[in-house]
Design a protein around this ligand. Structure first.
Ligand code: GDP
Ligand code: MG
Length: 162
């Protein structure tokens, strides 16, 4: 059974886009309006000759009471079944209260965590990514799920953890 990598983060940070980048297909559901991603979806992936399973997460509704808790709860369930975690943050927005709820949960998780500073489409967002060092999850990998920038470095580190 290949190891499982959970892609977690609040709605709209670009999880499904990054999943599509990782699996090399357009399969994970990406929408401008959040809340459409199915509850959890597993995809086969491979990098540097190492097969693994990617778990996309999402599916929470916008505007519901207790969104932060719901997001963190679903992320926790994904982390529970995972061998490694990619925590996706929108570097151009920074850390929101919803992100914080996930951060609190991840600090208790005994799994390798790779921090993806997403939406770093170019050099001008590199400083935003560096600002995420303070989260305490190590190097914030600057990445653009949309354009592929930085994805190879992130995947190299990820499969090293598997
Ligand atoms: P999810 O809710 O976390 O799964 O986020 P999605 O993958 O559905 O993406 C949410 C929105 O962010 C979509 O409009 C994407 O096109 C956009 N997006 C995702 N990744 C990037 C990126 O690297 N750069 C930019 N500029 N936009 C992105
Ligand atoms: Mg999604």
């Amino acid at each position: 059974v290949p190891p499982v990598v959970a892609i977690v983060g609040r709605p709209n940070v670009g999880k499904s886009t990054l999943v599509n980048r990782i699996i090399g297909r357009r399969q994970a559901v990406v929408e401008d309006v959040s809340g459409v991603t199915r509850d959890r979806v597993f995809y086969d992936a491979e990098w540097n000759g190492k097969p693994f399973t990617v778990a996309d997460t999402g599916g929470w509704e916008y505007g519901v009471k207790g969104l932060d808790a719901k997001v963190a709860d679903q992320a926790e369930r994904a982390v529970d079944v995972a061998d490694a975690v990619v925590f996706v943050v929108d570097a151009t927005v920074g850390i929101t209260a919803t992100d914080e709820a996930i951060v609190t949960m991840l600090r208790k998780a005994r799994k390798p965590i790779i921090l993806a500073a997403n939406k770093v489409d170019g050099q001008s967002q590199e400083a935003d990514a560096a600002g995420l060092w303070g989260l305490g999850f190590g190097y914030p990998y600057p990445v653009s799920g949309l354009h592929g920038r930085g994805a190879a470095d992130l995947l190299d580190s990820l499969v090293d953890e598997l």
